[in-house]
Design a protein around this ligand. Structure first.
Ligand code: NAP
Ligand code: GLV
Length: 303
């Protein structure tokens, strides 16, 4: 059985993925270079990490595209993606745990004022601020999928008042009501036409004054100019940003040196090749047993 492994990696990353998948999936032959026409004819599965557009053309036996990323917005943006071939996204407990850790760090730092204490240290100031209890802080988690629901559960366990917002569900509460009550918003939505630019001036204006946002999903969810204006006016106190419109963030972007912005270099929850290779192996085994593969993307919904 033949599989294609394709992504935009450096040589070291490519080596780690190749090794992990070869070990986890004995019986599968992995191809990275399709200059051999016979190999292209034999490929049944493509395991992909945002491949360049057009990379999955000319694979007549392809029957599964398995993403190594949880978010498939960049993959779906490839207009040449073969129609009718199922796409599965990455759902990996190690990635979920990493995302929970990042979200907890951000929420705890905002709630307890640790970012402000960092500033005071640099300024040589020994000054304590009032310590609020977790149950005095409402956190809104946008997205109640694999990652959002795990984050919401972990925050509840810390004592926060947690509410979630999702697309479906009869009891889906009204977003404006939730925004009006939440001091911290954590974004874990997929990037789709419906969610692009959602975190804009109108969104920020509905939050209580001096609220904070944490964007761990995609940069294009945020309108950067609106965020900068909301920080400048005091409507927002702080933003924790892991993801950006352009990555790496251009050196001239104001976020780099903004006192009220804490940045990560898209590192909230990386795909761990050791655990992700096991996820891929389980998917390939399902395919071979003619069982349904898991975590399929609905292309028309965009996630
Ligand atoms: P998921 O399981 O597919 O969950 C998506 C959630 O978003 C679902 O609850 C869905 O609602 C909700 N949703 C989608 N469109 C919506 C809309 N228009 N309005 C309201 N709710 C909407 O996805 P996931 O695995 O949790 O991942 C979420 C995102 O995290 C990924 O798409 C990716 O962009 C990002 N991510 C970032 C990193 C990082 O390192 N920064 C790592 C991994 C993932 P329903 O439940 O009603 O369908
Ligand atoms: C990372 O951002 C992912 O979608 O896996």
């Amino acid at each position: 059985m033949h599989a294609l492994l394709t992504g935009q990696w450096n040589a070291d990353e490519a080596h780690r993925w190749r090794t992990a998948l070869q070990q986890a999936c004995p019986g599968w032959q992995w191809h990275e270079d399709l200059t051999d026409a016979a190999a292209a004819q034999a490929i049944e599965v493509a395991v992909v990490a945002n491949p360049p557009p057009g990379r999955l053309l000319g694979l007549p036996r392809l029957r599964l595209i398995q993403s190594l990323w949880a978010g498939v917005d960049r993959l779906l943006a490839d207009a040449s993606l073969p129609a009718g071939v199922p796409i599965a996204r990455m759902v990996d407990p190690a990635m979920t745990q990493a995302m929970v850790q990042t979200a907890l760090w951000a929420a705890l730092s905002l709630h307890r004022g640790y970012f402000a204490y960092q500033d005071r240290q640099r300024a040589g100031q020994w000054q304590v601020h009032r310590q609020r209890r977790a149950d005095e802080v409402q956190v809104l988690v946008l997205g109640a999928g694999v990652l959002g629901s795990a984050v919401a559960k972990a925050l509840s366990q810390q004592g926060y008042v947690v509410c979630s917002w999702r697309l479906q569900g009869a009891a889906a509460p009204d977003l404006p009501v939730l925004l009006g009550q939440s001091q911290i918003v954590i974004n874990l939505l997929p990037l789709t036409p419906a969610t692009r630019g959602l975190l804009n001036a109108a969104f920020f204006a509905q939050l209580p004054r001096a609220a904070s946002i944490v964007n761990l999903a995609r940069g294009a969810h945020v309108v950067d100019e609106d965020l900068l204006a909301a920080l400048a006016s005091g409507q927002l106190r702080h933003a924790v940003l892991d993801v950006f419109h352009t990555e790496p963030l251009p050196p001239e972007h104001p976020f780099w040196r903004h006192r009220q912005v804490t940045m990560l270099p898209h590192a909230a929850a990386l795909t761990d090749e050791r655990s992700a290779a096991q996820v891929v192996a389980a998917q390939l085994a399902r395919l071979q047993r003619a069982e349904p593969v898991q975590h399929l993307v609905l292309r028309d919904r965009g996630y």
